[in-house]
Every structure is written in C-alpha cells, then in structure tokens.
Unconditional design. Structure first.
Length: 234
C-alpha cells in the first residue's frame, strides 16, 4: 500500500469516527504496520495545520480525532446554538466541576460542595455521557461513586484528567474573600437590624468576584434561628 493510499484510507476512517481512534485500531483495520499509520497521522496533522484547513487532527484521550479549527469557533458556536438543546446549565457545570476535581465522589459529596441537592443534574450528566458510575463507596450505604468519562475529555479537549487547570487558580484572593464576607455580613445585619445572625444560617450562597476591578455580586438565601427566610441579593 502506497503512502498516499494509506493516508487517504486513514483520513476516510477519521471522518466517520465519532470518538478518538488509536493508531493500533487503524493499523488493525487497514492491515498495516502501526509505525506507518502513526507516521501517517502525524503527517495529516501537520498538513492540516500548514494549510490552515477548517479542521484539525488532534491526539486526544489516547486516540486521534478530527476537530474544527479554533479560528472558526465563533462562527461554529453561532451555528450550533441555533439548534443545540443539550447545552449544560449552570447547575450542571457546577456539579461537573466538582466531580471532575474530586472524583471519585458520591452524590452527597457533590451536594456538600454545592450546598444543594444535585440528583437531577447528576442524572442529566449521566444521560449526556459526561460522567459515569465508577464503583461503590466502602462505607455504610455503599453510595455510588461518580467520575468523568472519555466523552468529558473529548468535549473539553483534554488528553487526560491531569490536564485540568489547577483549582487554586480559581480561588479568590484573600482581600476579595474578606470583601465578600464583609458585604454579606453587612447585608444580613441590614435585614435583621441589630440581631446577630449565625453564620450557619446561610444555606446557599452564590458569589461572583472580579479580582481585576473589585466588582463583587452576592446572592444568598437561608433560614435564621427563628425560622425566618433570609435572602440577600446585591
């Protein structure tokens, strides 16, 4: 089989693959030497990049797959959003982030981080194939443990889970944390007059902070010791 013929056959298989394909799999199907297929894959990757094609060949999650060129992502996003009905909600993204960084983790573990029941969003993530059941917790109840899938790696362009950005880079600076706490306390005091509000009264809090310009928005809700609802939005 000539080099050009091998390249064409590899390319045709990549076009119909909906998940990354290993060089070994391609070599087996084509009855070719794996080193020749690996060289062919590298050549195709370089060829697409040098010609600035509308797609690229990337090695992802242990295999090879064709992806759209990032240069056209805005155009593609506009097109996809016109028909995509499976976009992840904010709640689903939160739960997915917890699972990705803390896996394997139980549903209660996700609930503890988010502060709300995550049963529905975990079900949605399972349906989309982004997470999976990876076992059972060795404790009373044997709760299901969840972890991310190969599909998760593909969708987020990762070769493996170790390529996730360090979680520390998302933590707010100390001064931002203090500003958030001060403003939250001030709002709660305003709602309850001079009455002291227990920190444990806050059941849920959503905080957005921009360290660059200091803008902070806060939304919190909960119940105080007397059973009154607490809600702070700023």
């Amino acid at each position: 089989m000539s080099t050009d013929e091998l390249k064409n056959k590899v390319e045709s298989l990549l076009f119909v693959s909906d998940e990354p394909v290993t060089a070994l799999t391609l070599a087996t199907i084509l009855k070719s030497d794996i080193s020749a297929v690996s060289t062919c894959l590298e050549d195709l990757k370089d060829e697409y990049e040098s010609q600035s094609r509308g797609f690229q060949l990337r090695e992802i999650a242990g295999g090879w797959r064709l992806y759209s060129n990032p240069s056209y992502h805005e155009l593609i996003e506009e097109y996809i959003l016109s028909w995509d009905t499976r976009k992840l909600s904010q709640a689903a993204l939160e739960a997915l982030a917890v699972i990705a960084y803390r896996q394997p983790v139980t549903r209660n573990g996700v609930n503890a981080v988010r502060g709300v029941n995550s049963e529905a969003v975990i079900g949605s993530l399972l349906e989309k194939g982004l997470i999976r059941d990876v076992g059972r917790e060795k404790a009373l109840g044997n709760a299901i443990l969840y972890g991310t899938t190969t599909t998760f790696l593909e969708k987020f362009g990762l070769s493996d889970i170790n390529e996730l950005p360090p979680i520390e880079q998302f933590e707010p600076r100390n001064e931002t944390e203090e500003a958030i706490r001060d403003r939250l306390d001030a709002n709660l005091d305003r709602l309850h007059g001079d009455d002291e509000v227990d920190d444990g009264a806050i059941e849920r809090a959503y905080i957005e902070a921009d360290d660059n310009d200091g803008d902070i928005s806060i939304e919190a809700e909960g119940i105080d010791e007397e059973g009154n609802d607490i809600e702070v939005i700023e």
